[in-house]
Write a protein of this length. Structure first.
Length: 212
């Protein structure tokens, strides 16, 4: 089991990382502005599932490979950045059709696609990747045994906090979108802003390095 005194410290560090807007939070906000509350919350779930995959990878030892290899880290980072830019360009090009999407509420297929896109961003999030690979193992006590299980438990704590915080960000952004939705012109504008936000985020992620 994880030492009891480690859990509050890990939760506090996780909260500090999560509340500072990073790729996942900004992506959720962009989706909330472009597609509304439902898409934002679906994206949050996708992000969380992606983070869960990272936790499992770290627990199985894959995270240490990413932490040690600048090449693997860079490839994953650039893949995530390219995907964000692609989604941003698509959102910009489709900004004029947001009024119809808002009134129809979207389709089940759209929901699955949104979930997958959130998952892709979550699993390729450099900030979360580095945190899990470099920080999470520091709160594990090898003397207690069951190290992978300890990492999974810590990862669960992180993801519960992330799910709550990211949902708040998404709901706040979606509330602001409701005002824009009263005017097709304003809604098109905010859709364009959401697309540009994702493009800028992708460029930022690509330009972000790490200390080796």
């Amino acid at each position: 089991m994880v030492p009891a005194e480690s859990l509050p410290a890990f939760a506090a560090m996780s909260l500090l990382l999560i509340v500072i807007p990073g790729p996942s939070v900004l992506f959720v906000i962009g989706r909330a502005l472009a597609q509304g509350r439902r898409a934002a919350l679906t994206t949050v779930v996708g992000n969380t599932l992606g983070a869960c995959v990272l936790v499992v990878a770290v627990a199985l030892g894959v995270g240490s490979v990413v932490a040690r290899s600048a090449l693997v880290f860079t490839l994953l980072k650039l893949a995530g950045a390219a995907y964000l830019v692609y989604l941003g360009v698509r959102a910009w090009r489709q900004r004029g059709s947001l009024q119809g999407a808002f009134t129809s509420g979207g389709s089940a297929r759209g929901g699955r696609r949104t979930l997958w896109e959130g998952f892709a961003v979550g699993v390729a999030n450099p900030k979360t990747m580095v945190f899990f690979a470099a920080v999470l193992p520091q709160f594990v006590d090898p003397a207690q045994g069951h190290v992978p299980l300890q990492m999974l438990l810590l990862g669960l704590v992180f993801n519960v906090i992330a799910l709550a915080c990211d949902s708040v960000w998404g709901l706040l952004a979606a509330t602001g979108r409701d005002w824009f939705a009263r005017s097709p012109r304003r809604l098109s504008l905010v859709g364009g802003i959401g697309g540009l936000t994702m493009i800028g985020l992708g460029i930022t992620v690509a330009a972000t390095g790490r200390k080796d």
